[in-house]
Design a protein around this ligand. Structure first.
Ligand code: TRP
Length: 355
């Protein structure tokens, strides 16, 4: 895994975007709900990939604050903080706002309008069949979904098709949302004329990083995360408290490496493969204690996170960094949104009175 990054240059609003209706490279759109701090699980699952993709594709990155509301209407005063954390996390790992258009969903009113038009094309049973609906209801103990939650994937389709995204890098859990976006694109094109490319999901092959508690996944709401910006002491404390091989009582017992999150983390974050192999061998043979394995992991993780922390400190020397990035992103994203909406209305013969 590489931590090599280019320095972030922060775009000021570019006057007269050279893109003007012409796409030269394939376009990517992806996004995050502003759930809070970015953690090492986000890095492994999506962020590392994103940083690479921005070199190859024209990239749009949205913070989906309207999507956040589909499952949460309390504590809304925390959202601003979470938006900030989401954006700083992306910037610190190397997303370059000059190459990637970073924008806030709610600042693009056209997305809501596109969503309304798409909503007319999707039947209620189709929306109800999307598996994430039931999963969300189960996980978040929602007895009756709101109309907005039912529409979640349709709003996501509006995000994707608004920029005419060709590729959508997402986790496997989002596949059904890309599927319905494809259906909507095809359906629209068939009914009204060719406006949209049919987007493809781009699902990375990386494994999922388990939580520090050994649960399958790291999650902000699960209390089992290591934040990208945790300080060295905090990282060490979290690592020392990590779940490990529960069958092992003494350091002289032969231990299990497979399925042991401490070693999974070593594999992801410790570039010193000789050290990792040596630890594994001794662990299996009962010749190394958990404490040493964890100490070495904490050291490796801290080395891994150092450049991100430095970058964040550098970014924060500009107090309005997030505001500036969003301002520039809004300009660019809105131009796309307006153009797409215009084409949709024309195709649908809704451009009444030449408006
Ligand atoms: N649903 C996505 C998630 O929770 C976030 C999201 C919103 C998104 N709109 C998007 C992802 C468009 C990709 C494309 O992870």
């Amino acid at each position: 895994m590489t931590t090599e990054m280019t320095r972030p240059r922060i775009a000021t609003a570019p006057a007269g975007s050279p893109r003007e209706g012409m796409k030269t490279r394939k376009r990517i759109l992806t996004g995050d709900r502003p759930t809070g701090e970015r953690h090492v699980g986000h890095y492994v699952g999506t962020l590392a990939n994103r940083v690479k993709l921005q070199d190859q594709y024209e990239t749009f990155l949205l913070v989906a604050d309207h999507h956040m509301l589909t499952t949460r209407l309390t504590g809304l005063d925390e959202i601003e903080h979470n938006i900030r954390a989401t954006i700083l996390g992306n910037l610190a790992v190397g997303i370059d706002p000059e190459r990637t258009t970073i924008y806030l969903q709610s600042q693009i009113p056209e997305v809501s309008e596109i969503f309304v038009l798409f909503a007319m094309m999707v039947t209620v049973p189709r929306a109800q069949r999307i598996p994430t609906l039931k999963e969300q209801m189960r996980d978040l103990h929602i007895a009756q979904p709101s109309y907005g939650l039912l529409g979640y994937p349709i709003l996501q389709a509006a995000d994707i098709l608004m920029v005419k995204g060709d590729l959508v890098p997402v986790g496997r859990d989002q596949q059904s949302h890309i599927e319905i976006s494809r259906e909507i694109a095809r359906d629209f094109n068939q009914r009204f004329g060719p406006v949209f490319p049919v987007p493809d999901a781009l699902i990375p092959e990386v494994g999922i990083l388990p939580g520090t508690d050994g649960r399958v996944k790291m999650g902000n709401s699960l209390g089992n995360i290591i934040n990208l910006f945790d300080d060295a002491k905090t990282v060490e404390r979290k690592v020392m408290g990590m779940y490990t091989d529960p069958t092992r009582i003494r350091p002289t017992d032969p231990g299990h490496v497979e399925g042991n999150p401490v070693f999974t983390y070593h594999d992801f974050f410790n570039p010193d493969t000789a050290e990792v192999e040596d630890l594994k061998e001794r662990y299996r043979a009962g010749r190394v204690g958990d404490v040493e394995v964890k100490k070495r992991l904490a050291a490796a993780l801290n080395r891994f996170l150092d450049p991100f922390r430095d970058r964040r400190d550098e970014l924060l020397r500009r107090p309005r960094i997030v505001e500036d990035v969003l301002e520039a992103g809004r300009e660019r994203a809105r131009a796309e949104a307006q153009r797409t909406l215009h084409e949709m209305r024309a195709a649908m013969k809704l451009d009444y009175f030449g408006l």
